[in-house]
Ligand binder design. Structure first.
Ligand code: MN
Length: 249
């Protein structure tokens, strides 16, 4: 089981993150930067979630020291912060964080998606099929099965697959036509559809594209639409396999 280190001073956030992560990962926690820097070389975590606002030593300084420590240098570090403002993502990536997740964590698949992408990026063969846990948040599947049983979960996956495929095509057509409102309209429903089945990466990409289209920031939309198309192409066969296995149970 992969190990995730959480550096966060707020006990309720630590508890929330633990509950979200524990079905999938081993979790170790640190209340401040100093204890994290002491513990991380021993813990051999695979990904670090690092709060920015920490007492004494803030997250930026902790990151700096991680990058300056030879045995920790390559650790993927995801910023966990309530400082959610336009441009913050670029700011934190520019500072050397590997990704950025905002608090409060309203949708756990965003956090799980960010972690899964980092874990997948560390795999030796990046072109290989995604990891078993890399394409979906298994707690979403459990939730669906609890709500309506296996055939319901299978039907939700089918709807997600059909619908998202259509909407991505619509989004790309709108982009080709320079229609930002059309892109926004196509991406918006993917957000909940992907969220229902726990397709965190697709959901996050759809939300980002929608947000940029809404803000009339068109420059990176072509690349992001290609990215979501690609992510969907990778995830779809896995979801289809899962759907089949749910139907055969
Ligand atoms: Mn804090």
């Amino acid at each position: 089981m992969k190990k995730i280190a959480v550096v966060e001073d707020n006990p309720d956030n630590r508890l929330l993150v633990r509950v979200i992560l524990e079905p999938l990962y081993e979790v170790c926690e640190y209340e401040n930067g100093r204890s994290a820097l002491e513990g991380l070389p021993r813990e051999k975590a695979d990904v670090v979630l690092l709060d920015i606002s920490l007492p004494e030593m803030d997250g930026m300084e902790v990151l700096g020291r991680i990058r300056a420590t030879p045995e920790l240098r390559g650790l993927p570090v995801i910023a966990l912060t309530a400082h959610a403002m336009a441009g913050d993502r670029d700011k934190y990536l520019g500072l050397g964080f590997d990704d950025y997740v905002t608090k409060p964590i309203v949708d756990e698949s965003v956090l799980l998606g960010a972690i899964q992408r980092k874990l997948a990026a560390g795999q030796p063969a990046p072109d290989a099929a995604p990891q078993e846990t890399g394409f979906m948040n298994s707690s979403a599947l459990e939730r669906l099965r609890r709500l309506g049983g296996d055939s319901f979960a299978a039907e939700m996956i089918r709807l997600f697959l059909d619908y998202t495929a259509q909407k991505i095509v619509q989004g790309r057509q709108a982009h080709a036509a320079g229609d930002l409102a059309g892109i926004q309209k196509a991406m918006h429903p993917i957000n909940s559809s992907a969220g229902n089945v726990g397709a965190g990466q697709i959901q996050e990409l759809a939300a980002r594209i929608e947000d940029l289209a809404k803000k009339q920031q068109g420059e990176s939309l072509g690349a992001l639409l290609a990215e979501i198309d690609n992510a969907f192409a990778l995830a779809a066969p896995r979801f289809e396999q899962l759907r089949q296995s749910l139907l055969n149970q």
